[in-house]
Every structure is written in C-alpha cells, then in structure tokens.
Design a protein around this ligand. Structure first.
Ligand code: PSV
Ligand code: MN
Length: 410
C-alpha cells in the first residue's frame, strides 16, 4: 500500500507554522535526539512465577550489543547501550567489549552496578547494619567505576533494593545515615566527568518501606554527595496518580535531573512499553523537557534511557516501538503553541490553556517523523523495515531458545 505521508507532511508544516514553531528546528532536534537502550532488554526475563524464554534472546554481551545495534540501525537515535555489571560481564575483557561495540556503531552507556541479587543483601546493601555487607556493596560500586573508565562510560547509575518488610524491623534513620556514608565514598571515587545517577522506587522487593522511596530522598542524597550526583526518574517507580511531570519540572528547575528510565506501569510493575498505558503523561513530561531545552539552566545533560525487559513482546521489535513512542512524544511536545499557551496562562484561561496542550498532543506527527527518518537516510517505517530484514529469523535459528539468557535466573 502506498504510504502517502508527503502530502500530509506538507499540510502539517503549514499547521506548525501557524503555531509559531520553526519546523526546521523541530527536525534538527529530532535528528539529534539520543535514546539509550538497556542490555537487559535483549535477554530473557520473567516474573517471580517463572522465566519467559524466547527463541533468539541474547545471552552474551556481544549478542546484546548486536541486537542494540539493530535498534540503532533502524531508528538512527539509539547509539548507546546501558549495561548491568553482574548480568553482562564474566571476565575483564573490557577493551575488547568496547572495541566490539564501536565496530557495531554503538557505545557503552550507563554502568549499572548490582547490589541486589546476592543473598548477602537480603537485609540491605548500603543500609545494612553489618559493615562487611556495606563494604561489599561499596566495593562493587567502586569496581563498577573502574569498568566505566575502561568502557568509556560517564554515567554510574545506581538503584538499591534496600528496604524492610515489617514495622520495627530496622531503624530508618540509622539506615539513612549508612546510605549517605556509602554514597559519599562512591561519589568521591568517581573520576572527573563521571556522573552519579540515583534512582528511587517506593516498592519492590521490600513490602513495608524502601530506603530510597521517592524523588525527594534521591534529591537529598544527591545534594549531599555533590554537584555530579543527580536524580534518575524511572517512570514506573511512582504510585498511581502521582504527577510525574511536576517532579520532572521541579528537578529541572533545581538542576538535579540526571536521567530517565523510560517505561510504563499500570499497577506497580515498571516494564511496560513507555507510553503504552499513558501516552499523555509521556507527552506532558516531554513538554517540560522541551521547555528546559528552550531555556537551559545549569541542569546536566539528561540521560534518556529505556528500562524495559519485555516478557511477552518480541524484544528488538519492542525496543524499536519504544524508541518510536519517545520520538513521537518529543515531536508533539515541540509543537505546543507557546505564545498561545502563555497568553492563556496569564489570562487564567484554564480551558484555553488545556486546549493548547491537547492541540499539540492530538497532532499526527507520523508524517513529520517519516520525513525526518528519510532525511537521515533511514527507512521511514522502522518496524516494518526491521521485520522484513530477516534478522529475527537469523538469530532465532542461530541462537535458539536457551537458558541463562536473563538477569535473574531466567
Ligand atoms: C529496578 O526496578 C530497576 O528499575 C533498576 O533500574 C534496575 O537496575 C532495573 O530495574 C533492572 O531491570
Ligand atoms: Mn529503572
């Protein structure tokens, strides 16, 4: 079927101009967008009820990088790959891994230490009352800094599963102080240019409390560490109804927004495709990011990372779909009529202001994205192009269905 996006694009350009938006700037920003995909998104995962194995899932870091490179090849905006230390590295051949990634046209992105899967951490890692366990966690993070140096990464991305299950189980304030001390030690070992991202999560695996439960706690720890520590917002790590775009705006204004883990959640899990359940929220988050790009302050460069481990979706296709959802939210956010919005806001025209947001959100940006891709030398339809490329058939045949392809015993 003929894809008639060109006439639609011409009409869209006219519409965009009436909003006081420069279409060439929008296109330039879409071409410069960079989204990091996670190595663990290419391997098998599962739930606590069991692993879900897919034929072709990656097991080795080389396979994960090869799959990530496919996502970059077809989208043009996913040039780096976040790694998880215990799931990705078996030896110390970091030079080889770095060179292999480069040969595929991707770079290693955020280094994610893992201080949650070893049983020693059952009662906490950096918050454990046992100094030996705290040291074990800190040493692993120090080692992760060395890996980052060897792989050319500038981001150390920290998440802690620390928490308790029952009232009275532990002393909140003692744990807070242990965490602060450990984070400071790690922070002080980072080389110049490296940034520490601190991720929060109000639930899982602990049931009663988590030690870094929300953005305010992450912000406080980041502040105490120093100017190169920032908050990482994982979209799935909020209670239902929480206003995430407000958190993003607040952190941007404080110049402490370090990065994102993109995903979506319906109840509590954090692995659904970003924008699949609440695309308007993703748009509203991007609206804050676009405003911050328009009027930059001293906020550090934001690391746009995906944190999704697909269970029922095919992994590479799911990742391409995710990247496209992020592009779409970014494009729509750039199409907000800022003059009209400002006028409505200052006149306290509540309905008018909301209509401006809805006009941008309801714009069909597909023709624009297709033209952008074409100008980048890409197929305008990345999902279709990937499906017909034969890559999935090839890896399904070559790799088959294997155990050991996942992080958590999958
Ligand atoms: C925890 O749920 C988390 O969001 C952290 O970022 C981990 O590193 C990641 O998921 C593991 O999938
Ligand atoms: Mn995350």
């Amino acid at each position: 079927m003929a894809d008639n996006y060109k006439p639609k694009y011409a009409l869209l350009v006219q519409d965009i101009q009436t909003r006081g938006v420069d279409v060439n700037k929008v296109k330039a920003r879409l071409k410069a967008q960079q989204i990091e995909t996670p190595s663990w998104g290419y391997s098998d995962s599962g739930t606590r009820f069991g692993p879900y194995r897919q034929p072709g899932s990656a097991v080795t870091i080389e396979e994960k990088l090869a799959d990530a490179a496919r996502v970059h090849k077809f989208t043009g905006v996913a040039p780096s790959v976040a790694v998880h230390v215990l799931w990705d590295f078996k030896g110390d051949n970091f030079g080889e891994i770095r060179a292999y990634a480069e040969s595929l046209g991707v770079a290693i992105g955020a280094i994610n230490p893992n201080v949650f899967q070893d049983r020693e951490y059952a009662f906490g890692s950096i918050t454990n009352t046992d100094p030996k366990v705290r040291k074990m966690a800190v040493d692993h993070m120090l080692y992760s800094i060395e890996i980052g140096k060897a792989l050319g990464s500038e981001v150390l991305s920290l998440w802690f599963a620390d928490g308790t299950d029952y009232p009275g189980q532990a002393d909140f304030r003692a744990r807070k102080n242990y965490a602060e001390e450990s984070l400071r030690t790690v922070y002080n070992a980072m080389p110049p240019g490296m940034r520490m991202l601190i991720e929060y999560k109000p639930f899982e695996p602990a049931f009663y409390h988590t030690d870094l439960a929300d953005w305010g706690m992450a912000y406080s720890f980041a502040n105490k560490c120093g100017p190169n520590a920032h908050v990482l917002v994982d979209l799935g790590h909020h209670f239902n109804g929480q206003n995430v775009e407000h958190i993003v705006a607040f952190l941007l204004d404080e110049a402490r927004l370090g990065g994102f883990h993109f995903n979506n959640h319906k109840y509590a899990d954090d692995d659904l495709t970003v924008g699949s359940v609440n695309p308007y929220e993703l748009f509203l988050i991007y609206n804050e990011l676009v405003k911050a790009e328009d009027t930059p302050n001293s906020n550090p460069p934001v690391a746009y990372m995906i944190d999704q481990s697909f269970i029922t979706k095919s992994k590479i296709e799911g990742m391409i779909q995710t990247v496209m959802a992020i592009q779409s939210a970014y494009a729509k956010a750039m199409l907000v009529d800022r003059r009209k919005l400002a006028a409505a806001q200052s006149a306290h025209d509540v309905l008018g202001a909301e209509l401006v947001m809805q006009q941008a959100y309801n714009t069909d940006v597909e023709p624009l994205l297709k033209v952008v891709r074409e100008e980048m030398g890409l197929d305008p339809n990345p999902l279709e192009a990937f499906s017909t490329s034969g890559y999935m058939d090839k890896i399904r045949k070559e790799r088959g269905t294997r155990a050991g392809a996942g992080g958590l015993g999958a």
